[in-house]
Design a protein around this ligand. Structure first.
Ligand code: ZN
Ligand code: ZN
Length: 355
C-alpha cells in the first residue's frame, strides 16, 4: 500500500507545488482553498515513515463552518478559530476520490478537482434541453393532422373488366420416385442413394487447448486521493492463466450410403400452359367470357380455372382520376355517373379507398 505525498497550488499568490498536507500556503499564509485540487507528480516518492502513513490513513481533512479554516481529521477543534468539530453541521470533510491508474492527476492541468460537497451538487451535469424532439413532434402532428381521413364524394366515369379461362392440355410428364403410381408408363429403373447410415468407426485421440488458472498476482489497480494531501495506491489480485494441451477421445463415424431402386416414368397430366390461356377485356359495363369453342371436339384440351378483375374509373371533386378494383357484385350494381363516397386525407388529399 504505497503512500505518496500530493501537491496543491495556491490561488492567492500563485505558489506552485505546496505539499499536500499543508493547510496553509507557506508563501502567503492563505488557507488551503475550499475547492483545493490535489495532484500527484509522477516522480513522487513512496513514504516510509510510520507517522506519515498514519496521517495519510487518519481520514479526510475538514473545513470549519465558522471560519472556513482547514483542519486535520485528528483535530477535534478548529486550529484557526477554536470551534469544536460538528458543533454545527456546517463542518464538512474534503472528498476522497478514487482514480484508475491511467487517470491519476500528475499535474495541475491533468488533475480532477477535489470538490467541496456544495460544489459537487452544483456541478452535477444538467440535462441539455433538446429542440430536436419538440420539432420532430410538431412535424409529426402537422403531417398526422393533415392525414386524418374525411369522406369525399367521387363519381363513376367508366368501367374496365378482364376475364380469362385457363385451358388445360393433356401431356406426358416425366417423374422420378421410389415407387410408381397407377397409370405410369415408359417405366425404367436405376439404383440411387436412398439415405445414409451413421456407422461407428472407432475413437481418435485428439488434443485441445485449455486455459487453467495457475495462481494470482498483485497489481496496482487504483489510487485514492485521501482528501488530506496524501495519495494511496490500492492493489488487487489478478488471476494468472496458463494454456495447456489436453488429450481427449473423439468418436469417429462414417456416413455409409444405402442404395435402393428408383423409377423413371411418365404420367398423363392436365397442364396449365400460358399459350392455352384465353383472355378477353373491355372498357364497358358488359363483361364477356372468352370463347373456348375453338377447342371443341379436342380430347386433349379441357377447361380449367376462370378468373376475372373488375375496375371502375372514379373522378374526385378536384378532377383527379383513379382506378379502383371492386368485387363483381358491387361492380355490376354501379352505373355511369353513380356517386360513391370514399376516404381521403383531410389536408393532403391522399386517397384511402372507397367506403
Ligand atoms: Zn500563497
Ligand atoms: Zn474555524
Amino acid at each position: 500500500m504505497a503512500v505518496k505525498i500530493g501537491r496543491w497550488d495556491c490561488p492567492s499568490c500563485g505558489q506552485r507545488g505546496v505539499l499536500g498536507p499543508e493547510t496553509r500556503c507557506p508563501n502567503c499564509g492563505a488557507s488551503r482553498p475550499r475547492d483545493v485540487r490535489f495532484y500527484l507528480p509522477s516522480d513522487a516518492e513512496e513514504l516510509r515513515d510510520e507517522a506519515s502513513i498514519r496521517a495519510a490513513r487518519a481520514g479526510a481533512d475538514w473545513i470549519c463552518g465558522h471560519c472556513h479554516g482547514q483542519n486535520k481529521a485528528s483535530q477535534d477543534t478548529c486550529q484557526s478559530c477554536g470551534n469544536p468539530r460538528d458543533e454545527e453541521s456546517e463542518d464538512v470533510a474534503l472528498q476522497e476520490r478514487r482514480y484508475s491508474q491511467q487517470e491519476i492527476p500528475v499535474s495541475p492541468e491533468t488533475r480532477k478537482r477535489t470538490l467541496h460537497p456544495e460544489e459537487i451538487e452544483r456541478n452535477k451535469p444538467r440535462k441539455k434541453r433538446s429542440f430536436f424532439l419538440p420539432i420532430l413532434l410538431l412535424i409529426a402532428a402537422v403531417v398526422g393532422g393533415g392525414a386524418i381521413p374525411r369522406t369525399v364524394e367521387v363519381q363513376v366515369d367508366g368501367f374496365r373488366w378482364e376475364r380469362s379461362i385457363q385451358m388445360l392440355h393433356k401431356e406426358a410428364v416425366a417423374h422420378e420416385d421410389w415407387s410408381t403410381p397407377a397409370g405410369a408408363f415408359e417405366v425404367s429403373s436405376f439404383q440411387d442413394i436412398h439415405h445414409y447410415n451413421k456407422v461407428f468407426r472407432g475413437y481418435e485421440t485428439r488434443t485441445r487447448t485449455e486455459r487453467v488458472q495457475t495462481g494470482s498476482r498483485r497489481v496496482a489497480c487504483g489510487t485514492i486521493d485521501k482528501g488530506n494531501g496524501y495519495f494511496e495506491t490500492q492493489y488487487c489480485n489478478e488471476p494468472v492463466y496458463e494454456s495447456r494441451q489436453v488429450e481427449y477421445q473423439e468418436e469417429i463415424y462414417d456416413q455409409v450410403p444405402v442404395y435402393a431402386t428408383k423409377y423413371r416414368y411418365k404420367l398423363w397430366e392436365w397442364v396449365a400452359r400460358k399459350d392455352y390461356l384465353l383472355t378477353s377485356s373491355g372498357q364497358d359495363h358488359e363483361p364477356q367470357w372468352p370463347d373456348p369453342s375453338r377447342y371443341n371436339g379436342m380430347a386433349d384440351v379441357k377447361e380449367g380455372e376462370r378468373a376475372a378483375r373488375y375496375r371502375v374509373i372514379l373522378t374526385r371533386p378536384n378532377g383527379e382520376q383513379m382506378e379502383e378494383e371492386l368485387p363483381e357484385t358491387s361492380w355490376s350494381s354501379l352505373s355511369e355517373s353513380s356517386v360513391l363516397s370514399g376516404k381521403a386525407a383531410w389536408l393532403w388529399g391522399w386517397w384511402y379507398g372507397l367506403e
